[in-house]
Ligand binder design. Sequence first.
Ligand SMILES: NC(=O)c1ccc[n+]([C@@H]2O[C@H](COP(=O)([O-])OP(=O)(O)OC[C@H]3O[C@@H](n4cnc5c(N)ncnc54)[C@H](O)[C@@H]3O)[C@@H](O)[C@H]2O)c1
Length: 390
Amino acid sequence: MPVTVRVRAERAPGEKRVAATPDSVKKLLAAGASVEIESGAGTHSLIPDAAYRAAGATIVDPGTAPGTPPDAAPDPGILFHVRPLSATDVAALPAGTVTVGMLDPFQNAAAVEAARAGGLTTFALDLLPRISRAQSMDVLSSQALLSGYRLATIAADAFGRMFGMTMTAAGTLAPARVLVLGAGVAGLSAIATAKRLGGIVSANDVRAASADEVRSVGGTFIDLDMGAADAAGGYAKELAEDRAKRQRELLTPHIAASDIVLTTAAVPGRAAPLLITADMLAGMKPGSVLVDLAAESGGNIEGSIPGERREVPVTGGTVTLIGARDLPSDLAPDATKLFAMNCANFAGLLLKEGETVLDFDDELVAGSAITHDGRIVNERVAAALEGVGA
Ligand SMILES: NC(=O)c1ccc[n+]([C@@H]2O[C@H](COP(=O)([O-])OP(=O)(O)OC[C@H]3O[C@@H](n4cnc5c(N)ncnc54)[C@H](O)[C@@H]3O)[C@@H](O)[C@H]2O)c1
């Protein structure tokens, strides 16, 4: 019997994405799986149940756990999800279920422990090694690309002035001066979008490769002459407090000169670095706009709150500070299209002639596995969760 891939209707408030599209269903069927979609899962991504059905999926009741009647699957199957599952979600799944989606395991100890105890095999696509072969499965990149675009368009909307230089017979409107802090996948996408809108864009990052990457999308790199801070896997290293303070001091005049500041700086497994303090904010021009993508993970800007927009007093007026939240969901049809294909491509590593075959010699399978066979198999996650009692 072919393995069943079950696609969850997301439960988190505000989450509009889903982990399958009709095209990704076809890909899964071609790999020999059968596909169940929880009814209504695609509604917010503009995919009706009928479209999944036409692609060959079965529509099932979201209230029914995979592998249980009346939608009995022949085996526990594979569950696709977008948001990290909760401990309660995990506890409802039969032993042997394989889950594929974002898991945020370092912040989600209870769910990881429930998955271990329940005999689930869980794969965290957010921990997938970022090697070339993983690009088609890389949910962090696909979703960050959209977040960066959205960051720039939110700022453009809040700015209340023209973004690009505009020349008319009655006078010239100056272009917005945009500063992007953190030039990873989201930051580069924000730079490219702000450039397309006509802004004058500069950016800073701490990785050695970032100067060339910023220039490649049309930005000007601000070199603070502090030396690089690279860690393994293409990520940044957390700066020691004296270097972090120096970075803030050196950034201060650039921030004061900007109309728009977009922040995306992150260090995996750590709180986001604080790049802009309340004092630095107070030195900005009235009418400036800041949008903080890192608001949900501690914030690059002091006082940014996820999902909130507030006016912060400065000399002569206010600046607008926006804490980003759930940005890919704002672009749900596109975010879903990419996320779904990421999941289907990853499932391609697990499906052999319609059966689930887990090859832990494959570094993508091993690198993203969190629990298997009653154990936490990711050493970093196991070590991190030991301290929190998991
Ligand atoms: N080879 C691949 O397939 C692949 C795929 C995706 C990403 N990558 C690379 O991985 C890297 C990071 O990607 P990401 O966007 O997921 O990273 P991320 O979300 O962890 O961090 C975002 C950015 O913040 C930067 N940052 C951290 N501390 C900072 C500070 N104090 N000041 C300024 N910037 C700071 C990081 O250097 C990074 O560029 C990039 O180089 C990207 O090109 C490679």
